[in-house]
Design a protein around this ligand. Structure first.
Ligand code: AHG
Ligand code: MN
Ligand code: MN
Ligand code: MN
Length: 347
């Protein structure tokens, strides 16, 4: 439940309490890693808020390994995450949407027990329009401590994640986090900055729950002609409203920032779809398994929702490659169950 008074519980203190049942060494490592991510995201939020004043708008020019033109903020956010993770001795290596190869952290004698995978800036097409954007992150165990991680060290199914979260840079900057013990929300409090104190992450919601029913869906309808039959059926039934088989009206939203879509679903329920389509080369869907689908799936499941590729739970998928794409259907459990049912019986 929402506290009637904003709490003053800060990130590290909240995690101390939250991770109290974990072995102390594991909990300490996770707190340090999440602290490093949170610090980077506070800086990314700062640069995003300054926008054109910080020379952070527009294209950077290069094409990343996804074949996308990098925006300046994609590059800045990626650099800020890397710089912060490099300071953290528990992080053995990381992988980013913006780099084809994984990065091995050299500074701490390969003692790190964790790997971090991230989408430094989600919703890049929204940067210049001043629409909400985000960062998505996933923390995985590094099983061979003392050895440099390679790509295969990262290729773990989503159910192995130690923690996952996103930061939403919207009207407020919020971090939504799970360490497999429910979902916590923190707001970035910058009010002390003028007096010399650093921005602080304040706990604002504990144990977020996604309602099982909804009348709201999110899909990029410009791809409709390429959708497979179960998705065609689901959306047609929503659009038919109270005179169709669902016998109720639906509302539709599309921000084109996955972080903002998932946050809306965390707040008031809903279902988000970026399905497989019949085109090449985007056929497996647009979103990336390791740093978009898997962390969001863990958050959604921890909040009582469900996340699938149509037929399987996203958290069960074992990645073949770092930048693999997958169909994503997630949110309110009853709707996701229905869509899975349509995939099993596409009549
Ligand atoms: P990114 O900006 O990190 O490359 O990811 C963008 C993703 C996701 O945020 C969003 O759901 C989707 O792409 C938007 O796709 P469309 O351009 O098809 O709307
Ligand atoms: Mn991108
Ligand atoms: Mn993204
Ligand atoms: Mn991105």
């Amino acid at each position: 439940p929402l506290p009637s008074q904003p709490s003053r519980t800060l990130l590290d203190e909240a995690l101390q309490h939250h991770l109290g049942d974990m072995p102390a060494e594991v909990a300490q490592a996770l707190r340090d890693t999440l602290g490093a991510i949170a610090q980077a995201c506070a800086r990314i939020g700062d640069v995003a808020a300054q926008g054109v004043l910080a020379d952070a708008m527009g294209v950077a020019g290069a094409i990343n390994c996804q074949g996308e033109v990098q925006q300046r903020l994609d590059v800045i956010a990626d650099g800020l995450m890397a710089a912060s993770l490099a300071q953290c001795r528990h992080v053995a290596g990381w992988a980013s949407e913006e780099h084809e190869q994984v990065h091995v952290s050299q500074a701490h004698g390969l003692q790190g027990s964790q790997l971090v995978v991230f989408d430094p800036l989600d919703g890049s097409s929204n940067i210049d329009a001043n629409i909400s954007i985000g960062t998505i992150f996933s923390v995985l165990p590094h099983r061979y401590r003392g050895m440099a991680p390679c790509e295969s060290s990262f290729l773990q199914p989503g159910h192995q994640q130690l923690a996952a979260g996103y930061v939403l840079y919207g009207p407020a900057t919020l971090m939504v986090l799970t360490c497999r013990r429910g979902v916590l929300v923190f707001a970035l409090d910058r009010r002390g900055e003028g007096q010399g104190s650093a921005p602080r992450w304040v706990l604002t919601r504990d144990q977020v729950q996604i309602s099982a029913h909804t009348c709201e869906f999110a899909i990029n309808a410009s791809n409709q002609r390429f959708w497979e039959k179960p998705i065609q059926r689901y959306v047609a039934e929503c659009v038919a409203g109270d005179s169709g088989p669902r016998m109720k009206d639906f509302n539709m939203r599309w921000v084109a920032s996955m972080v903002a879509e998932v946050h809306r679903i965390m707040t008031r329920g809903g279902v988000f779809l970026y399905p497989r389509d019949t085109r090449e080369p985007r056929k497996p869907g647009r979103l990336r398994l390791m740093y978009e689908a898997a962390p969001m799936a863990l958050l959604v499941e921890q909040a009582g929702g469900r996340a699938v590729n149509g037929t399987s739970e996203l958290l069960d998928l074992v990645p073949d490659t770092l930048h693999q794409r997958v169909p994503v259907i997630l949110g309110s459990r009853d709707e996701v169950d229905r869509i899975v049912g349509y995939h099993a019986d596409p009549s």
